[in-house]
Write a protein that binds this ligand. Structure first.
Ligand SMILES: [Zn+2]
Length: 107
């Protein structure tokens, strides 16, 4: 109720102090904690596209991608106690991760 607003030291957004940790808002904490997994996700995604273009079997890579996405979900759940918010954040992270391939592909 009486929580004060502070600026996230990463994105600069104003957030209630109760939702921050180490001066970071929940979005930034999530982004940081899944950064490595997102790189891994992007790597596997590119690999799968390469395999696909060669008509190779992508079943195993698909499973690896699913595992990375599961781990991202677990990380986020550890950081966010609110289930609905955690699901929301995971969706955003996955959209960003899956969207990354277009950026990379376009290079
Ligand atoms: Zn932030």
């Amino acid at each position: 109720m009486s929580s004060i607003l502070i600026f996230c030291r990463d994105c600069g957004k104003q957030v209630p102090s109760s939702q921050t940790k180490d001066g970071l808002c929940v979005d930034c904490r999530v982004r940081r904690s899944v950064a490595a997994l997102r790189d891994e996700h992007a790597r596997l995604w590119r690999k799968r596209e390469r395999y696909r273009s060669q008509n190779a079997n992508t079943e195993q890579i698909g499973r690896q991608i699913a595992r990375v996405e599961d781990r991202m979900g677990q990380r986020i759940k550890e950081l966010v106690s609110n289930d609905r918010l955690a699901t929301d954040l995971l969706r955003k992270e996955l959209e960003a991760a899956r969207g990354q391939r277009y950026t990379i592909k376009g290079v």
